[in-house]
Design a protein around this ligand. Structure first.
Ligand code: UT7
Length: 325
């Protein structure tokens, strides 16, 4: 009998400090950077984001989200035999955030590694965990997206600093007799690396180059709209499903205009679109599992529903996973 993988629990965590657009605009005004609640809401749909305290790291946020997901799945950390963390804001260059999280969970022994695919990171990590479960390399995986993007924001660049937030989302993915994950597809085109990047690095004990996020917003917008439609269609074909089979669409939460355009292209009514970008901002690899957990705990998404997850972001990377919850 073929092995399948299925999500058995979801969890998430937001750091307590919520910063509204008005609060952020007031803080930015003190530096001479002009923005407004109206501009941010009209162009992006974002109303607030959460920022972690300076001493809080991605693995700290991941730990809270992981515990919530384990509890929902009825599992202990010791049951887990694979940990994958998707992050572009790791605690340190090495060891991986997944290893640091593993130590905090007290789950020594199982493989633990990070996936770096920026805002597509969670979809990449979920597809990798699904493959490892289907081939028998793992049976109970923790798959997490965790970010502290506030650390790499340039608060003098109003085109980017109003967009991002911090948070973490997690799922427990387990072996199943019936398919949970139906199909997935991952892509990258490194020739577009420059349109969304944090180019700095460490060399000889010093930061070399600019360690803050840079984005050509319009170039990212145009690419995102195109690839999100094509990858969703491709995954539907692989799974033998149609647009109308999708109960819920969870695209990467970056901009409400991109998300609504994707839903329209897939002929989905907007009430099938899960939206958390308004309250979370863009939390990069954490955005999809955060949105999934909010929709599950809020009673929107129920067991058995068919859900399309779609990531897109720096690399340039994109991908989708279609699943029955
Ligand atoms: O996470 C990976 C995926 N990332 C994304 O999907 C992001 C994709 N891109 C976007 O969401 C949009 O391109 C943005 C929200 C980043 C920008 O929206 P836009 O409609 O493309 O605006 P724009 O960059 O063309 O800027 C329009 C105007 C400019 O002023 P002028 O030149 O027309 O006078 C900007 O200087 O808006 C100005 N502007 C701002 N004004 C007030 C840019 N940022 C701000 C701001 N507040 N925060």
């Amino acid at each position: 009998m073929p092995r399948h993988s299925r999500i058995t629990g979801t969890g998430s965590y937001l750091p307590p400090r919520r910063v509204s657009n008005a609060q952020l605009a007031a803080e930015l005004a003190e530096r001479g950077v002009e923005t407004s609640d109206q501009w941010i809401v009209e162009r992006t749909g974002i109303r607030a984001r959460h920022f972690a305290a300076p001493d809080v790291t991605s693995s700290d946020l991941a730990l809270h989200a992981a515990r919530h997901a384990l509890e929902a799945a009825g599992r202990e950390a010791a049951d887990i035999d694979l940990i994958i963390v998707a992050t572009s804001t790791p605690d340190m260059i090495f060891p991986s955030t997944a290893c640091l999280l593993q130590a905090k969970l007290g789950a020594a022994g199982c493989p633990a590694f990070d996936v770096q695919a920026v805002c597509s990171g969670f979809v990449y990590a979920l597809a990798v965990a699904d493959s490892m479960i289907r081939t028998g390399a793992a049976s109970k995986a923790l798959v997490i997206g965790a970010e502290v993007f506030s650390r790499i924001l340039d608060f003098n660049d109003r085109g980017t600093c109003v967009l991002f937030g911090d948070g973490a989302g997690a799922v427990v993915l387990e072996t199943s007799d019936t398919p949970g994950i139906l199909a997935s597809e991952l892509h990258a085109d490194g020739s577009h690396a420059g349109i969304l990047c944090t180019p700095g690095t460490v060399q000889g004990g010093k930061v070399l180059g600019d360690p803050l996020l840079k984005m050509d917003g319009q170039a990212v917008f145009k690419l995102a709209v195109g690839v999100l439609e094509s990858v969703a269609r491709s995954v539907l074909v692989k799974a033998g499903r149609q647009d109308s089979d999708i109960d819920w669409l969870i695209p990467h939460q970056a901009n409400i205009r991109i998300m609504q355009s994707t839903a329209k292209k897939l002929k989905l009514p907007l009430d099938k679109l899960v939206v958390t970008v308004d309250e979370h901002g863009n939390t990069s690899a954490a955005s999809i599992p955060l949105a999934l957990d909010h929709a599950v705990r809020g009673g929107q998404i129920r067991r058995g529903d068919t859900v399309m997850l779609e990531g897109v972001g720096g690399g340039f990377t994109w991908g989708a996973v279609l699943l029955d919850l």
